[in-house]
Design a protein around this ligand. Structure first.
Ligand SMILES: [Zn+2]
Length: 340
């Protein structure tokens, strides 16, 4: 499924999102390297040494270790131990940078571009550790940071990181891990073993990448950090709950990001039922969430079905009930060519 996401068009942000948002993670180094590169914004052709990368790279890891102890599925690495010691004040910043340069990049530079079994077709850097002590930035990376979608990517990377580390930290069976949304704060949360609500990350940043940063309905580009952030919209209107149809309506499977015009503009969606064409699109988007692995995968499976045909049947049945209750359908005017 990530391949259909990638195969559509060869834009730099599609490859970046493929790397960050999909695939099974055994550690969170990929996220840290992604964040470090987006922070540094090096130019095409520039050699970035491991020392230069080490500062933002280890800082992001130290921050995330404070949020969630577990940053990998295997035994503790010497590098993560160094980050912990830095957090405890036992290593100076300079010492941490030295340790990071020596130990922190062993696997991540080789693994960064791999999604599934293969590398994505566009590289953002080339490995020049033996010759130059660092990585050489490609034109692909410059193209990436000059795109409109670039400001969304750091937020999306962090949201994905939070989801993965939270799943590891809770350590519960993935089948029990259900991500929910708090409508007041637009945050995603889980209920932990002690039945406490644990906030994970913003719903917008978590959903954005799986819609390629565009409005679910009209494909207009969205800006997560802008003055008018997009709406988190119930695909099937929330009002269905009041007529007894929408028992599972608050699930992540039913949440999409929409521009304000589509959600509540003059010809907006409001309480209308999205067309069958849009239902197909929701199914595609939900399969992207499934392909992202835990914990969104597990949440979607718990809410809509174990197999793809079961999930389709679930959506279809929901659409039938929603149409019976609300009668009128809605279909948007699309401003850009379809992206998924
Ligand atoms: Zn829209």
């Amino acid at each position: 499924m990530p391949h259909s996401f990638l195969a559509y068009r060869h834009r730099p942000e599609d490859y970046w999102r493929g790397i960050i948002l999909f695939g099974r993670n055994v550690a969170t180094y990929k996220f840290a390297l992604g964040r470090a590169l987006l922070d540094l914004r090096p130019e095409a052709g520039q050699l970035v040494t491991l020392e230069q990368l080490a500062a933002p790279y280890s800082e992001h890891l130290c921050t995330h270790i404070r949020l969630a102890e577990k940053q990998g599925t295997s035994r503790e690495s010497r590098f993560l131990a160094a980050c912990r010691r830095a957090n405890a004040g036992e290593l100076s910043r300079q010492q941490l940078i030295e340790q990071t340069t020596r130990l922190g990049f062993n696997n991540v530079i080789d693994a960064f571009h791999i999604v599934g079994r293969d590398e994505v077709p566009l590289r953002f850097f080339n490995d020049e550790r033996t010759r130059g002590g660092g990585i050489r930035i490609t034109q692909g990376f410059s193209d990436l940071v000059n795109r409109d979608q670039s400001p969304n990517l750091s937020l999306e990377t962090d949201a994905r990181w939070r989801l993965v580390e939270t799943a590891w930290e809770l350590g519960v069976s993935p089948a029990l891990l259900a991500i929910s949304r708090d409508p007041d704060t637009e945050a995603l949360f889980v209920i932990d073993a002690a039945k406490r609500r644990k906030s994970i990350t913003g719903a917008r940043a978590a959903l954005s990448g799986y819609q390629k940063g565009h409005c679910f309905y009209c494909f207009e580009g969205l800006s997560l950090a802008g003055p008018e952030p997009p709406d988190v919209d119930h695909f099937f209107p929330h009002t269905l709950k009041s007529v007894g149809v929408g028992t599972r309506i608050d699930g992540v499977w039913n949440l999409v990001l929409a521009c304000r015009r589509c959600n509540r503009g003059v010809a907006g969606k409001f309480d209308l039922v999205p067309s069958l064409r849009l239902l197909e699109r929701l199914n595609t988007r939900n399969e992207f969430l499934i392909a992202s692995h835990h914990p969104l995968r597990d949440t979607l499976i718990a809410q809509t079905g174990k197999k793809e045909d079961q999930r389709r049947a679930f959506l279809n049945a929901f659409h039938t009930s929603a149409s019976a209750a609300l009668i009128h359908e809605w279909d948007p005017v699309e401003n850009a060519e379809p992206l998924f």
